[in-house]
Ligand binder design. Structure first.
Ligand code: S3P
Length: 449
C-alpha cells in the first residue's frame, strides 16, 4: 500500500552483549514467488513460513486482484487457489505494490503475456525506481507499457495478445528482471531463453521446476543460459519458506560488532546465490559457524552461531555484488567497526534500490563520525575497530527498510545513540525486527516527535 503513516523516528543505544536465539522471518524473495507461482497453478498451493511483511501482503492482494484465491489460515500459513498459466483476469482497479520492486516487477512479467491490462503504482520510493528494465524485455513478447517520464510508475501495461517467445541477455545483473522474463515466458509458446553473465539469486528457476515447469540452466563461459519451455500446466505445491538470509544479516552483524555477543540464528538459507555477505564476513575474520546443514523447502539451510569478532577491513570485489546485493548497508556498518578500510566496488545497482543506498549509507555514516569515500559505483568505509564509532547522528532512511535497520544496528555498538528519521518501512520486510532485537538485548527506542 502506498499510504505510509506518519514517520516513526527511533533511536538505538549502545547495547550490552547480545545473547539468545534470533528466529528471523521467512525469505522475502521466496514468499513473493510462492504467491505468484501458486496463482499460476491449477489447484491449491499451501505455503508455510510466509513472510507477512507489507511487501508480501501487497503481492497477496495483487494476486487476488488478478483472480486468484488467497487466504491466510494462521501465522505464516497461507493457501493460494490458482487460475492457471494465462488465466489471470483483468484487475478492476490500480495494483498498488507499495514499496516493493520485486512485487511490481515480477507481477508485470507474470501478466505481460496475458490479454489483459493493468495499472501499477507504489509508494514514493517505488514510483521513483526504473521500470524500463522490465518494459523493454516484455515488449519483445508483444506487451505494451505507458508510464511516466523515465519509465516510472504509475504505469499501464497491456499484455501481449499473441505472445512470442524471446531470447534475452540481461543488461544488468538482476534476479527481478530474469524472473519477469521467465514469468512472461510461461504463457508464450516455444522456448524463452534468458542469459545472465553473473549469477543472480536462482529462486525462480528452482521453484518453477518444483511447480512442474521445464527450466534448464547451462553454465557456460558466456554466463548462465536459462531455457524455459512455455505453456506448461503448473501443479500446486506445498512450499515451506526458509528464513531470510537478508534479514538474518541484521542480528548476525549486530552480534559481530557488539562486544561479548553470542547468538544463534536457526534455519537460514545458505543458497549459494545469496551467500556473498557470509563470504565477506569470514574474510574479515568473523566467528560464524554453520551448523546442522540440511535442505528445507528445496533450499540448503543451516543454523548460524555468531560471536563478537575483531574484524579487519577487506576489498569486496564487484563480481560478488549480485550474491549480496541487499547486504551492503549492513556490511557498511560492520566495516565502520572493523580495523582499516573496506572497499565495496561494482555496486552501482545500489543507487536504484528502495533508496540510493550508496548515498544514504555515506551520509548517515558521516553524520555518525565515520570517514567514507563514495564514487558512482563504490563505497569505502574507514573503520577504527570495535566500539569506536562516535554515533550521535540523525540518519535519513529515505523509505528504505534496510537503511533503517542498518543504522539501528550501528547504534548498538556506537558511543552515542544513533537516531533514524523513520523506522516505519522496516515493516516491509522484517515486521518483528524491534521485538526480536530487543529479545537479544538491543535497546531501540521509539522517539516521541
Ligand atoms: C530480488 C532481487 C534483487 C534484490 C531484491 C529481491 C528478488 O533485486 O535486491 O531485494 O527477489 O528477485 P534486483 O533484481 O533488482 O537486483
Amino acid at each position: 500500500m502506498t499510504a505510509h503513516a506518519t514517520p516513526t523516528p527511533m533511536s538505538s543505544h549502545r547495547a550490552a552483549p547480545l545473547k539468545g536465539v534470533a528466529e528471523v522471518p521467512g525469505d522475502k524473495s521466496i514468499s513473493h514467488r510462492a504467491l505468484i507461482f501458486g496463482a499460476l497453478t491449477v489447484g491449491e498451493t499451501r505455503i508455510t513460513g510466509l513472510l507477512e511483511g507489507q511487501d508480501v501482503l501487497d503481492t497477496a492482494a495483487a494476486m487476488r486482484a488478478f483472480g486468484a484465491g488467497v487466504e491466510r489460515l494462521g501465522p505464516g500459513v497461507w493457501t493460494v487457489q490458482g487460475v492457471g498459466v494465462g488465466g489471470f483476469g483483468e484487475p478492476e482497479d490500480v495494483i498498488d505494490c507499495g514499496n516493493s520492486g520485486t512485487g511490481v516487477r515480477l507481477i508485470m512479467g507474470a501478466m505481460a503475456t496475458t490479454p489483459i491490462s493493468a495499472v501499477f503504482t507504489g509508494d514514493a520510493s517505488l514510483r521513483s525506481r526504473p521500470m524500463a528494465r522490465i518494459t523493454d524485455p516484455i515488449s519483445l513478447f508483444g506487451a505494451q507499457a505507458w508510464g511516466r517520464d523515465g519509465g516510472r510508475l504509475p504505469m499501464l501495461v497491456r499484455g501481449a495478445r499473441q505472445p512470442v517467445p524471446v531470447r534475452y541477455e540481461l543488461p544488468v545483473a538482476s534476479a527481478q528482471v530474469k524472473s519477469a522474463v521467465l514469468l512472461a515466458g510461461l504463457n508464450a509458446p516455444g522456448q524463452t531463453v534468458v542469459i545472465e553473465k553473473e549469477a543472480t539469486r536462482d529462486h525462480t528457476e528452482r521453484m518453477l521446476v518444483g511447480f512442474g515447469a521445464q527450466v534448464v540452466t547451462e553454465v557456460t563461459d558466456a554466463g548462465r543460459i536459462i531455457t524455459l519451455t512455455g505453456q506448461p500446466e503448473l501443479a500446486p505445491q506445498d512450499v515451506a519458506v526458509p528464513r531470510d538470509p537478508s534479514s538474518a544479516a541484521f542480528p548476525v552483524c549486530a552480534a559481530l560488532i557488539v562486544e561479548g555477543s553470542e547468538i544463534t540464528v536457526p534455519g537460514v538459507s545458505r543458497n549459494p546465490t545469496r551467500n556473498g555477505l557470509f563470504t565477506t564476513l569470514l574474510e574479515m575474520g568473523a566467528d560464524i559457524s554453520f551448523e546442522n546443514e540440511r535442505a528445507e523447502g528445496g533450499e540448503p539451510v543451516a543454523d548460524l552461531r555468531v560471536r563478537f569478532s575483531d574484524l579487519k577491513g577487506v576489498e569486496v570485489p564487484p563480481e560478488r555484488a549480485a550474491s549480496m546485493i541487499d547486504e551492503y548497508p549492513i556490511l557498511a556498518v560492520v566495516a565502520a567497526n572493523a580495523q582499516g578500510a573496506t572497499a565495496m566496488r561494482g555496486i552501482g545497482e545500489l543507487r536504484v534500490k528502495e533508496s540510493d543506498r550508496i548515498a544514504a549509507m555515506a551520509r548517515g555514516l558521516e553524520a555518525c563520525g565515520v570517514t567514507v569515500e563514495e564514487t558512482e559505483d563504490s563505497l569505502t568505509v574507514h573503520g577504527n575497530g570495535p566500539g569506536t564509532v562516535p554515533g550521535g547522528g540523525l540518519c535519513q532512511t529515505h523509505l528504505d527498510h534496510r537503511i533503517a535497520m542498518a543504522f539501528l544496528c550501528l547504534g548498538m555498538a556506537a558511543k552515542s545513540p544513533v537516531r533514524i528519521d523513520d523506522g516505519g518501512p522496516i515493516d516491509t520486510s522484517f515486521p518483528v525486527f524491534e521485538p526480536l532485537m530487543a529479545g537479544l538485548g538491543a535497546r531501540i527506542v521509539r522517539v516521541n516527535r
